[in-house]
Design a protein around this ligand. Structure first.
Ligand code: NI
Length: 181
């Protein structure tokens, strides 16, 4: 069962911090395969485990023809920032200008438990930050400035997928678990 349904905004799991991976077993390798196949099928440039219903600190990415994954990521961000349009597979069809660190060094493990370091700029850096946010229950709309967030919340309310997988959520900027910027 490779391609999994992707959870949409409103699903409580997207707001639940994921647990660190401690068992580098066959289940983890199946999870990585499912993440990668679901991401490529979407298609998307990144996908985090909570988006397919698994609360573990794992994400996959596909940037510049490189297909990869990272387990238990820890990020070191550049001070230099960069704004670009950003979207999310859990918010189909929506994208908003989002400020992220320009470059990132991400340390973690691969699915066999071997140490891995990913260094990236621009889209790869943006993707790594976005997916690691997912593992903390943070969504890209939390990273928008006030004006863009208002536009995003309006677009979400009007989206045809709104409320599809969960009861409608209160779309107030104050309902963001205190994480809104
Ligand atoms: Ni996302």
């Amino acid at each position: 069962m490779p391609v999994q349904p992707i959870r949409l905004f409103g699903d409580p799991l997207l707001r639940t911090p994921a647990e660190p991976v401690v068992d580098f077993d066959r289940e983890l390798r199946t999870l990585v395969k499912d993440l990668q196949e679901t991401m490529l099928d979407a298609p998307g440039v990144g996908l985090a485990a909570p988006q397919i219903g698994v609360g573990l600190r794992v994400f996959s990415y596909h940037v510049d023809d490189t297909l990869g994954h990272l387990v238990n990521p820890v990020l070191d961000l550049s001070e230099e920032e960069h704004e670009d349009d950003e979207g999310c597979l859990s918010f189909p069809g929506l994208a908003f200008p989002t400020t992220r660190a320009w470059s990132v060094v991400a340390k973690g493990q691969d699915m066999y438990g071997e140490p891995v370091t990913i260094e990236g700029t621009e889209l790869l850096a943006r993707c790594v930050q976005h997916e690691t946010d997912h593992l903390d229950g943070i969504l890209f709309i939390d990273r928008l400035d006030r004006t863009q967030r208002k536009l995003a919340l309006k677009a979400i309310r009007e989206a045809d997928w709104a409320g599809e997988t969960a009861p409608p959520v209160k779309l107030s900027p104050h309902a963001m678990h205190g994480r809104a910027l």
